[in-house]
Design a protein around this ligand. Sequence first.
Ligand code: MN
Length: 296
Amino acid sequence: MKLCRFNGGRLGVAHPERNVVVDVSAVLDRIAPQRYPLPQQDLLVASLPSLRGHIEDAERHGQSLALDSVVLDSPIANPGKIIGAPVNYADHAAEGQQDKGIAHGRQIPPIGEWGMFLKAGSSLVGFGQEIELRFADRRNDHELELGVIIGSTCRRVRRSEAMKHIAAYCIALDMTLRGPEFQCFRKSIDTYSVLGPWLVTADEIADPGALDLELKVNGVVKQRSNTRDLIYDVPRLIEFASSFYTLNPGDVIMTGTPAGVGPVKPGDSLEVWIDKIGSGTVRIAPDYVPANEQDH
Ligand code: MN
């Protein structure tokens, strides 16, 4: 099942092959009302096992809309964590050695030594929003990645047990300002975490380690790879992340980017595709001016 959020909080079942989204928002009323303090998780993902049958029922009489007529929100509304995987494809590690603009002169250790990093939830947008380059005079790169959505609370998971904690997959863009700051700072600018276009539930992807992925900038292929080239594959990333963090429903793991990263500029169009998930286009805002500079 492909689940999307659209038009400011609607829930839909997406059928991209037919350009259809069926509105099943009524199902959201089944999520139990919450009281402070709220759990650190995404309530839709946490509720998905019990909601799934109701979503299928609601789809039979839900309103159908043209998928290309709606504004797609991030399919995860409230991830407790967005976890990034640095240098997780060998060819990207190699290009980081060659192109000093990527690592800013730092020596980058292997992922097992360097660990993972967190991106702020406030950086998250969907495919219907534009990426706003906060420092357009500096280098801002696209990083196409497979996104993994955690489905159940877990900690210290063995890789052999990891797959059962996955709820869904999606396309992720780990947009990155290059420079001297900490990763978590440079990669957490508003709009620099993009998820979408929808979630594909885990039952539709038997092996997340065999997915082709591709990114084009203005129609030109920049990144093309397959998740079999991940250095830490998906189960091992869950093992590694959960050896430090408790993982909760709705937590997102961005699994790392292959070679071909490069700068984007205002007005660029990023066309992304991952096998078994689908494709979509994300725009770099053509004329974004940071709010605190509008009066200068
Ligand atoms: Mn990345």
